[in-house]
Design a protein around this ligand. Structure first.
Ligand SMILES: NC(=O)c1ccc[n+]([C@@H]2O[C@H](COP(=O)([O-])OP(=O)(O)OC[C@H]3O[C@@H](n4cnc5c(N)ncnc54)[C@H](OP(=O)(O)O)[C@@H]3O)[C@@H](O)[C@H]2O)c1
Length: 279
């Protein structure tokens, strides 16, 4: 079985670290950093509507919406909605110095957009996480601009690995496809659980039992896939005896108009939409 990859400490992270936007994803990152030992005193949060936990952290040294002269930070993490970016991002300019790393998780906002909204010559990483980040089990794909040093790349990797696994790409152009597979992917998996529930009811199960079977099967199989050294195809083959019940279902799912075809179409549609939204 594989070891969890995201067990790195942030105790020695230089700080200060600025988080712009402590909504769902920003807060998940903040929680991940604290769990990995980042001291609240090293963190600055800019957030118009901070939740209870962020306010409580402010009593433990986290600086929440500070007034006065902005300190130069080691890193700035941008986690506001893409549509808030033109108005929100300029607020971080005062915190950006020569060595500052800028890490953006905004969907669809390009490195070029960030370069034009920030002081010239900044080291920028554009990243795309996904919702299992909320339980430290996300997958993030990260792309650096040419200004990112090896040290800054390691810093970005340390910050992102607090919410799950991290993959690096050199070509930002793949981000729409990444968004279509892993960014939007959790919705496809939840839909699978919904569809299995409905199909279970149609096959004669009580609704509550069908929902529980679907939920636990999706969750347990996901966990097995996560922990196993085997790939998905091998795990599937291992539970399929020739001529058996699983084989009968897979004949339908893998036949014409089945899973492969539908998911290829769905992911192509999401990729296209990403391109349209990016303009
Ligand atoms: N959630 C996901 O699964 C996911 C996956 C991949 C990428 N992302 C990216 O992560 C980013 C955040 O998404 P989210 O789901 O976490 O959204 P969210 O919950 O709406 O969080 C955004 C936060 O930023 C705050 N904010 C708005 N304007 C601000 C400003 N001027 N200064 C400081 N903070 C400001 C918002 O406050 P108000 O509520 O007051 O507006 C909100 O708390 C998005 O760019 C999204 O594309 C999210």
């Amino acid at each position: 079985m594989k070891r969890p990859a995201n067990d790195r400490s942030l105790r020695t992270f230089p700080g200060p670290l600025l988080l712009l936007g402590a909504g769902k994803m920003g807060f998940a990152m903040l929680e991940g950093w604290l769990k990995r030992g980042l001291a609240p005193g090293k963190i600055i949060v800019l957030e118009p509507q901070p939740g209870k936990t962020v306010k409580a952290l402010a009593r433990r040294g986290l600086k929440l919406n500070p007034k006065g002269k902005a300190p130069i930070t080691a890193a700035i993490v941008i986690a506001v909605k893409p549509q808030s970016a033109p108005e929100a991002v300029p607020a971080v300019r005062g915190y950006a110095g020569k060595g500052t790393l800028v890490l953006s998780i905004m969907a669809g906002r390009t490195i070029q957009f960030l370069e034009s909204a920030l002081p010239a010559g900044m080291a920028i990483v554009r990243a795309m996480p996904n919702t299992p980040a909320a339980i430290g089990r996300g997958i993030t794909v990260a792309a650096p601009n040419a200004k990112v040093s090896a040290r800054q790349r390691k810093q970005a990797d340390d910050l992102l690995s607090a919410i799950g696994s991290v993959e690096w790409v050199s070509d930002e152009g793949v981000m729409n496809a990444v968004t279509a597979v892993s960014g939007s992917g959790p919705a496809y998996v939840f839909l699978l659980a919904e569809a299995m529930t409905k199909a279970g009811i149609a096959a004669g199960l009580p609704a509550a039992l069908a929902a529980k079977l679907a939920r636990e099967t999706v969750a347990g199989s996901g966990e097995l896939l996560h922990r196993s050294e085997l790939d998905a195809a091998t795990l599937r083959q291992n539970v399929t005896s020739p001529g058996g019940t699983t084989a009968a279902a897979l004949e339908v799912l893998m036949g014409p108009g089945g899973f492969d075809e539908i998911l290829t179409k769905a992911i192509a549609a999401a990729t296209r939409r990403g391109r349209e939204l990016a303009g």
